[in-house]
Design a protein. Sequence first.
Length: 111
Amino acid sequence: MGRLTNIKPMVGKLKPLIALPPKQAEPFYLSTDWRSLMARIIAKRGRRCEECGATGGRIYGDHIIERRDGGADLDPTNIMLRCHGCHQRKTAKERGKRAHARTRAGSHQTG
């Protein structure tokens, strides 16, 4: 069977079909109240991921119970410091739970 020798040079030249806009932070996360809370939490707990212990990278203040799920906005007991990887995994897991709940709710409706 032949090898795909020409594909590698072509891949770098492909342009995305749709240009996605850059992610913008929700205004809440730019607020003085949020930034002040994060500064206090980091000063108290240290600049490290509370899930895996990673240091040196960006640390996110992650709502344990997400705001959209009823979690308290500015309660330090609802905030966990996470590195990028841990934050991404937790966020994806929560999105999956919400999507699953919507799918289940939709399948129980009668038409």
